[in-house]
Each structure stands twice: as structure tokens, then as C-alpha cells.
Design a protein around this ligand. Sequence first.
Ligand SMILES: [Cu+2]
Length: 82
Amino acid sequence: MRFKYLSVAAALLLVSGQALAFHCPVDMKKIDQALAANPQLSAEQLARVKQLRSEGEALHNAGQHQESVDTLGKAMAILQIQ
Ligand SMILES: [Cu+2]
């Protein structure tokens, strides 16, 4: 019985991990689109967004999807997109 619950929990974790893995490229695309639309940001903000964007991509490529989503989320907050 216990094992059954554990395997369900493990399966849910796996699914949410895969959903996150899919989430990062979507966020990166949103950031790229926002950057391409000539956002009204200071030079410092723009540099920060680009830094967060590349950090997020590196984290995603390293399999650290939650960290990637968090990092990309900070860039999206600066860009004021969701
Ligand atoms: Cu990812």
C-alpha cells in the first residue's frame, strides 16, 4: 500500500519535472520576443534581463528546470511580462 502511494508521488514528480522542462523554452521564447519588441528598459535593466536569460538557458541545459524557471521569471518580471 505504502509503495503504491510512493510510486504515485514519484510519477507526479516526474510529470511535473517534464512540464517544467517544457516550461523553460516557452519562457525563453517570451523573453526573446519581448526583447525583440524594443522594450522600454534602462541599459542596466536590459543587461540584467540578458544575463538572467542566459543563466536560465544554462540551468535548463543542466537539467535544473526549477532554477531555470525561477531565473527566467526574474527576467520576465523586469520585462513586465508573464
Ligand atoms: Cu528547463
